[in-house]
Design a binder for this molecule. Structure first.
Ligand SMILES: Nc1ncnc2c1ncn2[C@@H]1O[C@H](COP(=O)(O)OP(=O)(O)O)[C@@H](O)[C@H]1O
Ligand SMILES: [Mg+2]
Length: 256
């Protein structure tokens, strides 16, 4: 078996007495379409925070392409190619959509936007930024200020920025959360249309989306991996139904 793109060994994180993430052995393959599901409080977000370096682990290792990056801070992991969608307030709301992606591409290529050359004057960088916007179908909004965009399309700018960083791993923590239901499809379409070579790990509550998108599903319960498998295996797993899917079905039903 070839080395995975991103791997964890015995990864754990506690908050005081609470074992939020416990002894996780996980593999994300190059180009993977992998979903992480589980009840609220299972430790999914904490796990992604450990992968992206937002949180330091208490135990275990994070390994990227065979290198131990457990101690590496978030910014260095981004440079290596591990990106996550950012909170909305990390966008430059007073700049245009294109300028936001331009800055990400310019940072990656080492061309700092200078005072003498206002953002948007380096043609190759602009071309690449436009290409990222086309990938998430945001090219028509290139000239709009981020602050003028509906919330759902602002989330697309974050995905375009992650693409502008030439990421090989993209970590998406409920990318459609908080987006009005009429707009969620544009996010999910963009996720479905991500370049094939990127390994994607998505936390998503909507099981229709998960089963459509994922080729592999990891189920977390109470900080640990409960099980992992193909969508078919997870759908057929009675225990998963009991701890999670049944709960979802129950929530969706008008009467128990
Ligand atoms: N910064 C924190 N301090 C203390 N407890 C936390 C912190 N972050 C998360 N937790 C706790 O860790 C557990 C896992 O949380 P989280 O990773 O957000 O779960 P999920 O994303 O699966 O809903 C929960 O019990 C949560 O309350
Ligand atoms: Mg969460």
């Amino acid at each position: 078996m070839s080395a995975p793109l991103l791997e964890t060994r015995g990864l754990g994180r506690n908050f005081g007495a609470l074992l939020a993430v416990h002894d996780i052995n996980f593999r994300l393959e190059a180009g993977a379409r992998h979903a992480l599901i589980g009840p609220n409080g299972a430790g999914k977000t904490t796990f992604i925070n450990l992968l992206s370096g937002v949180l330091q682990s208490s135990t275990g290792q994070v390994i990227f392409k065979g290198d131990d990056i457990t101690e590496m801070p978030e910014a260095a992991r981004v440079k290596l190619g591990i990106a996550r969608t950012f909170q909305i307030n990390r966008l430059f709301r007073g700049l245009s959509v294109l300028e936001n992606v331009y800055i990400a591409v310019a940072e990656r290529t080492g061309i700092a936007p200078s005072k003498l050359r206002p953002a948007g004057t380096r043609k190759n960088v602009v071309d690449e930024a436009m290409h990222m916007l086309e990938t998430v179908k945001l090219q028509d909004a290139a000239g709009s200020l981020v602050s003028e965009l509906p919330y759902g399309r602002q989330r697309l700018v974050e995905i375009a920025i992650a693409l502008g960083l030439r990421s090989e791993v993209l970590l998406l923590d409920e990318p459609a959360a908080g987006v009005p239901s009429a707009e969620t499809h544009i996010i999910l379409d963009a996720v479905a249309g991500l370049p094939k070579h990127i390994g994607v790990l998505i936390i998503e509550h909507d099981m229709d989306v998960v089963f459509r998108f994922a080729e592999r599903i990891t189920v977390m319960v109470a900080g640990s991996v409960f099980t992992e498998g193909t969508p078919e295996q997870i759908r057929a797993d009675e225990r998963v139904r009991a701890v999670y899917l049944g709960q979802e079905a129950h929530r969706g039903a008008a009467h128990g």
